[in-house]
Design a protein around this ligand. Structure first.
Ligand SMILES: Cc1cc2nc3c(=O)[nH]c(=O)nc-3n(C[C@H](O)[C@H](O)[C@H](O)COP(=O)(O)OP(=O)(O)OC[C@H]3O[C@@H](n4cnc5c(N)ncnc54)[C@H](O)[C@@H]3O)c2cc1C
Length: 350
């Protein structure tokens, strides 16, 4: 599904901001969007969620966002705020919108209900979640956050700030890990999430105990959208298995490429509905260490070829950071062809 004609425009202002800061912001933005900068100091960016335009003059920029629906517009507002603050701390505080919606629930939040729990394999559970009006979850992003209140009897949900950004209640109030939308039927009003039972994480405990009728917050979608290139190289561990399986299930039948997936337990292997031209390689117990190296070779080969390719990796944070650094250094103009992300953090405290 591709973005249709934008239906919502949101106009705002960023002040103060100098032009070198906006140029640095545009450099970050290139990893997520197609970016154009005119000699007249206008930055235009196009991404799955919609378009962004920042026209700079004096010490301020006029901002215009265009998206298909309010959820996608919120995604753009959050992306803008996040990237401005990644450029220079506090830069996003200069954003103002005529109607920021301060204090309200973000438009991309839904209170979902567990409709079913299915065991896929020894360490994977599939949860079907139902919620109203989730059409926006079926486009522009493959991932969502599963929002688990630390005090379920007194839930604290995200709210919009005075600068229009989503403010997360944070640790101690809301646990909010990212998961992949493995499948979705917005007409029937459900989506599936596959949860890897890695140990004693809060989400694993919640999923094990989940029963039909239980409530959970969901927010999204985020992350990249389905790759459109005819050649794919995908890699990751158990946490990336759902996104790899979804991408391959939805890829065009003439797509070619390679996927490499490492599993601690071979019994967690799933039947993957991949196009005939894509080979799926499974690494077994003790081979997680080979995953990044194996992926790097295949990704470098694909990015060096004249045929457009997209490569995606999800795995342990440090593995992903090393891979990302090396591949970005070798292929500095890869832009959105390359997506390498830490999906979990081995150094995080349980
Ligand atoms: C874009 C994206 C998509 C993702 N999609 C999925 C998905 O579809 N399915 C899925 O199962 N996960 C997915 N993940 C990974 C998931 O968000 C993390 O594993 C997350 O830490 C799980 O939260 P938790 O509440 O279980 O544990 P946390 O509270 O985050 O962590 C608790 C403890 O568990 C450890 N831990 C976390 N993950 C693992 C692991 N995989 N192996 C070993 N120890 C671990 C941590 O180091 C920590 O000590 C995705 C992550 C990202 C960024």
């Amino acid at each position: 599904m591709r973005l249709g004609v934008p239906q919502i425009t949101v106009a705002g202002r960023l002040a103060p901001v100098d032009w070198p800061a906006l140029e640095a912001f545009a450099r970050l933005l290139r990893e997520f969007a197609s970016v154009r900068i005119t000699p007249g100091k206008v930055i235009s960016a196009s991404m799955e969620a919609g378009t962004m335009r920042l026209a700079w003059a004096g010490d301020a920029a006029e901002v215009r966002l265009a998206a298909r629906d309010p959820s996608a517009a919120q995604n753009l507002r959050d992306t803008l705020g996040h990237l401005l603050d990644s450029t220079a701390r506090g830069l996003a505080a200069g954003l103002s919108w005529p109607d920021a919606g301060e204090g309200s629930l973000p438009p991309n939040f839904r209170l979902a209900r567990v409709a079913g729990v299915m065991r896929l394999s020894p360490n994977f559970l599939r949860l079907r979640l139902e919620a109203e009006n989730i059409f926006f979850m079926a486009r522009t992003g493959l991932h969502l956050r599963l929002l688990q209140p630390c005090d379920p009897g007194n839930p604290v949900w995200p709210r919009l700030s005075v600068t229009g950004r989503t403010v997360w209640p944070g640790p101690g109030l809301l646990h909010m890990p990212v998961y992949t939308i493995r499948a979705i039927d917005p007409v029937a009003g459900w989506l599936d999430v596959d949860i890897y039972l890695h140990g004693n994480g809060p989400t694993c405990a919640w999923a094990r105990a989940a029963r039909p009728g239980d409530r959970i917050g969901i927010s999204g979608p985020g992350g990249g959208w389905l790759p459109q290139a005819g050649r794919l190289v995908l890699g990751g561990d158990e946490t990336a298995l759902p996104v790899i399986a979804r991408i391959l299930a939805e890829a065009a039948s003439d797509t070619v490429g390679h996927a490499v997936i490492a599993l601690q337990n071979p019994a967690d292997r799933q039947e993957i509905d991949a196009p005939a031209g894509v080979t799926v390689e499974w690494l077994g117990p003790g081979e997680h260490g080979r995953l990044a190296a194996r992926f790097e070779v295949a990704a470098a080969e694909a990015l060096s070829a004249p045929v457009p390719a997209q490569v995606l990796f999800g795995g342990e944070r440090r593995d992903a950071e090393g891979l990302r650094r090396r591949l970005r250094a070798r292929f500095p103009s890869a832009g959105r062809q390359l997506s390498v992300a830490g999906y979990w953090d081995a150094s995080a405290k349980a």
